[in-house]
Write a protein that binds this ligand. Structure first.
Ligand code: GLC
Length: 754
């Protein structure tokens, strides 16, 4: 594949070299007249016509993106006026965006509008739960609505491009950015990537409430060796295609307008200079028609990787590999014109990149409506509807990990309740690490303490102590004893522990994923008083909490839930909401188990507990603390009557799988029913379980519903070493259950060859 592509380069390079002479509008090579010349679409015709007017320098200007600081603002405005900048990031607020846009539209020769990008990851000003939390709702329809609200708020502020969804699959809880992605499973990650792309981009990209999405970070960034941020990634072609590429492919199939190339070195070729992933796969195999922006200076960083000799070489390698726009590194602006004139980069590559960038600007309607309507901005953000949606998403993102003797839900008539932990009273931490403009609306943030106070009856005494704090170094004895004394005076203690929002996200890898500081010591001391303890976690990654999991009666995983954190947690604690969230990442028992995930291979010596010589540890079970797909409810769901409409499946066919799910408890709830398969024999070993589908089912107390799955044979394939997706006849096991470890209902079937 790669060599075919390089041949094409040589041919094209020859065809376009003659064009690359002087600085007169360097017309792009006229495509050779072909018999079946496809008529250009109206937008493509506009792009082509504009491209034909552009000088080489103006073309390169479209490929440059800067983040203006106060100190560089005037210089950048000067470059914008000369068509030397095509996009800005980190500019928000309709007034400020319009200020820059006016320079581009009114002062430059070609009046090409700027494209404003921003990290609107899980909300613009109304902040939704972090993606890792949102994903635990397993609710793509709701996710799409939340993304669209984020787009509406961002667009009103002049932002027409978000650097989201982050679709990196990760099984590395030490890595801080696991908080931003879709967890450990590529199939679920693909469904959620699709929902976010559709949410951001809406039905029509030129709709005032739509913005262009950007699937990032292409590709493999979620698998850094040792979980260390920006570290090398090294994987087989099979792992790349089975685990890391699928959510990007789903985003492309959903029509994502842009992708962002990653920082990481991938198998010895940095992702932002990787022809195989960017050209062979993304633009070749998948036919991606949008454009690729580099991550922050990741093209220039090809030098640090030792992949480019200097900035000029980095610029050449970036554009030749397929990075169309250079975020913040200057190397395209400094060197591309020279490289074209020296015939080291064919003009064809510049034209292709500029075409793709201009097309997105046309599709967004920027040429017709370049300015944000300053009168609309405030009225469209932080509306009651937006905040209510944030609450709904937050409630569904909460995962109940333990609830011994139904300690939860608590009664609102409890006489006294102690709320312990500084996170319970923090307005910044609920927003998570990518909080966009949520920090401008901290007054709207509901804390867990305020949520509890507004939920309990007026006679309930709510006591509070910040406790030891959430610091990597230890808190004071005094703070710890104050927390214990406060808990002693209450009927129940809600201890809020975990991480601060800056302990996950970018550049926040941890070598320990325990509760930081003296939090566990404080929890043990409170537990020792005999007061029942409900642990509420606020964190951006799986944590190792073996002691808490064994000794505490109730544990609620609340992540960072955004503007409505407190109301959502209180609704679950007091039973106004029956928790339905399910984990999308495995919680290890300890650091030593990492990487641990449900879709493990069986190995040649699977641990069946018969003998010493099995794939296991001598000091820890193989099983995790909490498995992928796990989450409890205040009710009980019983599964029965698993049935397949056939025991054989043809490659072109589909199986109908049904199961009865009964709510045998006393409260209504929503169960997330999961369908897993295992390909028992294949030319590439297959995991012991692989999620292929899931359904959300709402059940009233006592109600039974038959849940039906349609399982097409096409979902049973896998990628082989040649990068081909293949279906191999043979035997399959199938499970329908409440999580990835549930083997209550199992069946099997044959995939036949024809
Ligand atoms: C950051 C991140 C990327 C983000 C970009 C712009 O370094 O890696 O996710 O979109 O820079 O802020």
């Amino acid at each position: 594949m790669r060599y075919r592509f390089m041949t094409a380069i040589i041919f094209v390079a020859v065809a376009s070299m003659a064009q690359a002479q002087g600085t007169a509008p360097a017309a792009s090579p006229k495509p050779a007249p072909s018999k079946n010349k496809k008529a250009l679409s109206p937008v493509d015709a506009k792009v082509q016509a504009l491209l034909a007017k552009m000088t080489l320098e103006e073309k390169i200007g479209q490929m440059i993106q800067y983040s203006p600081w106060k100190s560089t603002e005037d210089k950048i405005k000067g470059e914008i006026a000369k068509d030397e900048v095509g996009s800005l990031l980190n500019v928000y607020g309709a007034k400020r965006a319009n200020e820059f846009q006016k320079v581009a539209v009114e002062q430059s020769r070609l009046h090409i509008p700027l494209l404003f990008g921003l990290d609107v990851i899980h909300g613009y000003k109304t902040i939704f739960p972090i993606p890792l939390a949102e994903d635990c709702a397993w609710n793509p329809a709701l996710l799409e609505k939340c993304a669209h609200v984020a787009a509406q708020e961002a667009s009103a502020a002049g932002v027409k491009w978000t650097f989201a969804p982050m679709v990196d699959v990760s099984r590395e809880p030490r890595w801080g950015r696991i908080s931003e992605g879709s967890g450990e499973d590529p199939a679920l990650g693909s469904v959620l990537a699709t929902a976010r792309v559709k949410g951001f981009q809406g039905e029509h990209l030129d709709d005032p409430n739509s913005i262009a999405a950007c699937a990032k970070h292409f590709v493999g960034y979620g698998a850094p060796i040792a979980g260390r941020e920006y570290n090398t990634t090294d994987m087989s072609e099979v792992t790349l295609r089975e685990i890391h590429l699928p959510p990007f492919k789903a985003a492309v199939e959903a029509g994502v307008e842009t992708l962002m190339s990653a920082f990481n070195d991938l198998n010895g070729v940095p992702a932002s200079g990787n022809t195989h992933t960017l050209r062979d796969i993304l633009k070749g195999e998948w036919g991606f028609k949008g454009f690729v922006v580099s991550d922050w200076a990741s093209v220039q960083q090809l030098v640090s990787h030792g992949y480019a000799a200097d900035d000029k070489d980095a610029a050449a390698k970036g554009i030749l590999a397929g990075v169309d726009m250079d975020m913040q590194s200057h190397v395209y602006g400094d060197h591309l014109a020279e490289l074209v004139k020296e015939k080291k980069v064919p003009l064809f590559f510049i034209d292709g990149a500029v075409r793709r960038i201009l097309k997105v600007k046309y599709d967004l309607g920027l040429f017709d409506n370049p300015y944000a309507d300053e009168s609309k901005e405030d009225g469209l953000t932080l509306t009651k509807d937006n905040l209510d949606l944030a609450l709904q998403e937050a409630e569904q993102s909460i995962v109940l990990l333990k609830n011994e003797k139904n300690l939860l839900p608590l009664s609102k008539d409890v006489k006294s309740i102690a709320v312990i932990g500084s996170l319970a009273d923090s307005k910044m931490d609920p927003l998570g690490s990518w909080h966009c403009r949520g920090e401008d609306a901290l007054d709207k943030v509901s804390t867990i303490l305020s949520g509890i106070k507004s939920s309990v009856s007026k006679d309930c005494q709510v006591l509070y102590a910040p406790g030891v704090g959430v610091t990597v170094d230890s808190g004071t004895d005094k703070a710890l004893s104050q927390a214990v004394d406060t808990a002693k005076r209450a009927q129940v203690a809600v201890v809020v522990a975990g991480e601060t929002q800056d302990m996950s996200g970018e550049a926040a890898a941890r070598t320990s994923i325990d509760l930081p500081g003296r939090q566990e010591e404080m929890i043990k001391a409170i537990q020792a008083t005999g007061v029942p303890v409900v642990l509420v976690l606020m964190n951006g990654r799986p944590l190792t909490i073996p002691w808490e999991a064994e000794h505490l009666p109730a544990i609620v995983e609340s992540w960072f839930l955004g503007t409505r954190q407190g109301n959502a947690v209180a609704a679950v604690l007091f039973g106004d909401v029956n928790p339905s969230g399910k984990l999308v990442v495995t919680f290890p028992r300890n650091l030593g188990q990492i990487p641990i995930y449900y879709a493990q291979m069986n190995t040649g010596r699977p641990a069946v507990g018969k003998e010493k010589w099995e794939s296991k540890y001598i000091d820890c079970p193989n099983t995790p603390q909490f498995p992928f797909g796990f989450g409890l409810s205040y009710t009980q769901y019983d599964y029965s009557n698993l049935a397949l409409d056939s025991k054989t499946l043809k490659p072109s066919g589909a199986l109908k799988v049904t199961v009865d799910v009964k709510n045998s408890g006393s409260v209504a709830g929503t169960e997330i029913v999961q369908l897993y398969i295992r390909d028992l024999v294949a030319s590439i070993t297959q995991p012991v379980r692989k999620l292929v589908d899931f359904k959300r089912v709402e059940l009233a107390p006592g109600e039974t519903k038959t849940v039906e799955f349609d399982l097409p044979a096409s979902k049973l394939g896998f990628y082989n070493e040649q990068g081909k997706y293949v279906l191999e006849p043979g035997s399959f096991n199938l499970w329908v259950g409440r999580d990835s470890s549930d083997s209550t209902l199992q069946d099997s079937f044959q995939l036949v060859s024809k």
